[in-house]
Design a protein around this ligand. Structure first.
Ligand code: OFO
Length: 174
């Protein structure tokens, strides 16, 4: 495997792994605040990110490269508010999208078209994740400090998590 591409993919493995830990920390925080729907959503999201990482590890190894299992810094334990949690999630996803674009760009420069093709799955996944993050934030901003609204929001998140788990299971079998 081209060394530059191998390094870029290993860097992406690190990012997916850190996304998984980040969302796990958010899930745990939400659970301790009684936001069980949001916690479910974050636990599911954390599993999805782990799957993104595993998919990359397998790809690198199958192509003759060596995947590196990274160490991850501890994610934050405390968050100022639920809105802040989703702002951070969206900021994080925008950063991950940029890094995926850099991998895609490196593939084109190195004429590695099969990795380029493989990365297209991540490109569309990021589009979906960013769109979902934005729509959740819009809802939260609409609710403001309304407790009843927050209760309904949390219930909504449980349904979103269930739908994502179904979609995720289908993806993981693919
Ligand atoms: Fe892996 O999609 Fe988010 O980070």
């Amino acid at each position: 495997m081209n060394k530059r591409i191998e390094a870029a993919l290993n860097d992406q493995i690190q990012k997916e792994s850190s996304s998984s830990q980040y969302y796990l920390a958010m899930a745990s925080w939400a659970e301790t605040k009684g936001l069980n729907g949001t916690a479910k959503f974050m636990y599911t999201h954390s599993d999805e990110e782990r799957f993104h990482m595993l998919k990359l590890i397998k790809f690198v190894n199958e192509r003759g490269g060596v995947a590196v299992v990274p160490s991850i810094p501890e994610p934050p334990r405390e968050y100022d508010s639920l809105e802040r949690v989703f702002e951070l999630l969206l900021e994080h996803e925008v950063g991950v999208s940029e890094s995926i674009n850099e991998v895609v760009d490196a593939c084109l420069q190195e004429k590695d078209y099969s990795t380029h093709n493989f990365m297209q799955w991540y490109v569309s996944e990021q589009l979906e994740e960013e769109a979902l993050g934005r729509s959740i934030l819009d809802k939260l901003r609409l609710i403001g400090g309304d407790k009843g609204g927050l209760y309904l929001f949390d219930r909504d998140m449980e349904m979103t998590a269930a739908a994502a788990a179904k979609g995720g299971n289908a993806d993981q079998k693919a």
